[in-house]
Design a protein around this ligand. Structure first.
Ligand code: FES
Ligand code: MG
Length: 587
C-alpha cells in the first residue's frame, strides 16, 4: 500500500492521459469515449475497474452475473471508479467437450492478456462454475493488480419426491436407480431437472461451492460472499459492495500478492476439510499457489488438512444443500468455529482491507445441525489422504465420504487387497464393465487410465466408476476405484484419484494389467501393484507411449505445456510470469 490518492497516477492514465505520446493517447481516448464515457471520465483522476464477465448463455452456472452487472457497476461508480465490463473465454463444466478442465488454463490466459494489455487499474472477478473460480484467481495472481472475486452463488435447493435433490449428487443417484431398474429414462431426466431449479452454480458442496468457499477463505472476496444463493437479495447487495470495494482496493494498492500468502493457503486447506470440499480443490489451489509464487505441495493436504474435523452437513458428504448452508452462516460461520478453536491464522490480510480475524470475531454457526461446532463434528480427521506407491508418486483419497458400508466391505484394519480391472478411458469402461467375461466382482479394484491432463486431454471426471449393474442390484454401491483423472466434486465415491504422473507420460499406472493383485494400505498411505520387481521393470522397458490425437490447436498447445495434477495442471511456462502488471506493455 503506497501513494495517497493526491499524488498517484493510475495505470490507465498511461493509455488515456499521456502527453508524452499524444498520437496513441488520442486513439485510445476517442474510441473509448464514443461509447458510454465522456472524455472527462476517462482522463479524470478516477481508476478504471475491469469486470471480468464469465457468465453468458453458454455458461448458465455463471449467468446470474449478467443480472448482477448493474449492481457491480453501481458500486464501482458510487466508489468513484469507472466500470469496464469485458468477456473472458467461457467455461461451462457441463457443456464443454472433451473437458471443461482443458479450458481452465485458456480462461486464465485470456484474463492475463486482457488485464495486462488494457487500461485497467483493478478488477472484479466474476466466479461460479468449477473452473471459472481458479482460472480468475490464477490470472489475477499472475498480473497482480488489485482484484476481488464475486461468485454468482449456488442455485436454490432442488427437491424431488419430497427429498432434497442436489446438483450432481442427484445424477449419480439417478444413474444407480436407472441401473437397478427402479426408475426409467423419463423419471431420471425429471429428477435431473428438479435438481436444478434456478440460476446459480451447483448447490451441493461440489467443486463450485468448494472453490468459492476457498476464495473467501483465502481472503479474495468480501466476508460472507460465497454462500449467498444466486437469486437472494443479499447476492445483489454483495455485488454492489464488491464493486465499491474494488475501487478502494486500487486506492489502497491492495493486491493479490498481499493476500495470497502461505498462511492464507493453509487456512484454505483447513476450511476445505471442514466443509467436506471437493477433490478438485488441491490441483486448483496448487495452480493458484504456483502463479502467486507461494510454496505449496500436494502432501500439504494431508499434513495441514487431514487432522481437521468435517463441520458442514452438506451433500455429498452430508444431507443439506446451499440454502441451509447460507442460513446457518456460510463460510464465516465455518471459519468462526475453526478460529474459536484456535485452528486458523486470523492475522492474514483480506480483500476487505482488514485482517481475517476481524470478520471472524463472533461469527458462529446459527444452526448446529447444518454447521457443527468443532466439539461435535460430523467426522474427525476428515481431510484427504495423500497416497503413493509404485502406481503413482501421489494420489488423493477423500476419506470424509468413505461410508460405513464401504469400510466394512473393503477396509479391514484400513487395508484392502483386490484384483485390478483396468480400463483405457471412459469409453472402454462403458463398453466392457457389464461384460461377464471381465468378471468384475466384490474383490475387484477398478482402474481407469489415460484420463489425466495430457491423456484426455484436460483430465476428465471419470474415476468415480460405478460397479457393474449386477453388483449394484446385489447392493454394492461402490467398488474401490483408482485413476489418473479426477472425479466430480459432487460425487460421494471414495475414489483414489488425481494420480500423478499420469499413465500416458509413463506414470506407474501405465504398467498395470487386469488380473494383477493390488494392495491399499491407508495406515501407510500406500497403494501398490503386487507385481515382482523384475516383471514390473520388464513391463516398463517394453512400454511405448501412446500416440495422442489432437482435435484442435489448443489441445495440442495445452498438451505440450501442461504439467501434472499434483503440480496444479498449470501451463508450466506460465508459472515463470509473476506480478507482471509492473511491466507496462509497449505503447
Ligand atoms: Fe457449473 Fe456445477 S456444473 S457449478
Ligand atoms: Mg465437475
Amino acid at each position: 500500500m503506497s501513494d495517497t490518492k493526491a499524488n498517484r497516477r493510475y495505470r490507465s492514465q498511461e493509455w488515456f492521459d499521456n502527453p508524452n505520446n499524444p498520437g496513441m493517447t488520442a486513439l485510445y481516448l476517442e474510441r473509448y469515449q464514443n461509447q458510454a464515457f465522456t472524455r472527462g471520465e476517462l482522463q479524470a483522476d478516477k481508476p478504471i475497474i475491469g469486470i471480468a464477465q464469465t457468465g453468458s448463455d453458454l455458461v448458465p452456472c455463471n449467468k446470474i452475473h449478467v443480472f448482477l452487472m448493474d449492481r457491480i457497476k453501481a458500486g464501482i461508480r458510487d466508489g468513484g471508479g469507472i466500470p469496464l465490463e469485458f468477456p473472458v473465454h467461457p467455461i461451462q463444466e457441463t457443456g464443454k467437450r472433451p473437458t471443461a478442465a482443458l479450458d481452465r488454463n485458456l480462461q486464465y490466459l485470456s484474463l492475463v492478456e486482457v488485464l495486462h494489455g488494457y487500461p485497467i487499474d483493478g478488477v472484479v472477478l466474476t466466479t461460479g462454475c468449477d473452473k471459472t473460480t481458479p482460472a480468475m484467481l490464477m490470472g489475477a495472481a499472475t498480473v497482480d493488480l488489485p482484484a476481488i472475486a464475486l461468485n454468482g452463488g449456488p442455485m436454490l435447493d432442488g427437491w424431488h419426491k419430497g427429498k432434497r435433490a442436489g446438483s450432481g449428487t442427484a445424477i449419480w443417484e439417478g444413474r444407480r436407480l436407472l441401473a437397478t431398474g427402479e426408475i426409467d429414462y423419463e423419471e431420471f431426466m425429471q429428477m435431473a431437472c428438479a435438481s436444478s431449479p434456478s440460476l446459480g452454480h451447483c448447490n451441493t458442496m461440489g467443486t463450485a461451492s468448494t472453490m468459492n468457499a476457498l476464495a473467501e477463505a483465502l481472503g479474495m472476496t468480501l466476508p460472507g460472499a460465497a454462500a449467498i444463493p444466486a437469486p437472494f437479495r443479499e447476492r445483489m447487495e454483495m455485488a454492489y459492495l464488491t464493486g465499491r470495494r474494488a475501487v478502494e482496493m486500487v486506492e489502497e494498492d491492495l493486491k493479490p500478492s498481499d493476500i495470497l500468502t502461505r498462511a492464507a493457503f493453509e487456512n484454505a486447506i483447513k476450511v476445505n476439510t471442514a466443509i467436506g470440499g471437493s477433490t478438485n480443490a488441491p490441483p486448483h489451489l496448487q495452480a493458484l499457489a504456483r502463479h502467486a509464487g507461494v510454496a505449496l505441495h500436494v502432501t500439504d493436504w494431508e499434513t495441514v488438512g487431514h487432522a481437521l474435523p468435517l463441520l458442514v452437513n452438506m451433500q455429498p458428504a452430508g444431507e443439506y444443500l446451499g440454502e441451509s448452508f447460507f442460513r446457518a452462516g456460510g463460510v464465516p460461520a465455518v471459519m468462526g468455529e475453526l478460529f474459536a478453536a484456535g485452528l486458523l491464522d486470523g492475522s492474514v490480510m483480506t480483500a476487505s482491507g482488514k485482517p481475517l480475524s476481524d470478520a471472524l470475531e463472533g461469527a458462529r454457526s446459527r444452526d448446529e445441525d447444518v454447521i457443527r461446532p468443532v466439539a461435535r463434528p460430523m467426522r474427525e480427521n476428515a481431510g484427504f489422504a495423500v497416497l503413493s506407491g509404485n502406481l503413482f508418486d501421489s494420489a488423493l483419497m477423500k476419506t470424509s465420504v468413505i461410508s460405513e458400508d464401504f469400510r466394512r466391505r473393503f477396509l479391514k484394519d484400513n487395508q484392502y487387497e483386490g484384483r485390478a480391472v483396468v480400463f483405457e478411458g471412459p469409453e472402454d469402461y462403458h463398453e466392457r464393465v457389464n461384460d461377464p467375461d471381465l468378471a468384475v466382482g466384490e474383490d475387484s479394484i477398478l482402474f481407469i487410465r489415460g484420463v489425466g491432463c495430457v491423456g484426455y486431454p484436460g483430465s476428465a471426471e471419470v474415476v468415480n466408476m460405478q460397479p457393474p449393474d449386477a453388483l449394484i442390484r446385489d447392493g454394492i454401491k461402490h467398488l474401490p476405484t483408482v485413476g489418473d483423472g479426477r472425479q466430480s466434486g459432487t460425487s460421494e465415491s471414495p475414489s483414489i484419484l488425481n494420480a500423478s504422473p499420469e499413465a500416458v507420460v509413463g506414470g506407474g499406472l501405465a504398467y498395470l494389467k487386469t488380473g494383477d493383485r493390488v494392495k491399499l494400505d491407508l495406515n501407510e498411505g500406500t497403494l501398490n501393484a503386487l507385481v515382482p520387481e523384475a516383471e514390473w521393470e520388464a513391463r516398463k522397458a517394453a512400454w511405448i507411449a501412446p500416440e495422442l490425437h489432437h482435435q484442435t490447436p489448443w489441445q495440442e498447445m495445452y498438451r505440450r505445456h501442461v504439467g501434472q495434477l499434483a503440480d496444479g495442471g498449470c501451463l508450466e511456462l506460465a508459472t515463470a510470469y509473476q506480478r507482471i502488471a509492473k511491466d507496462l506493455p509497449r505503447d
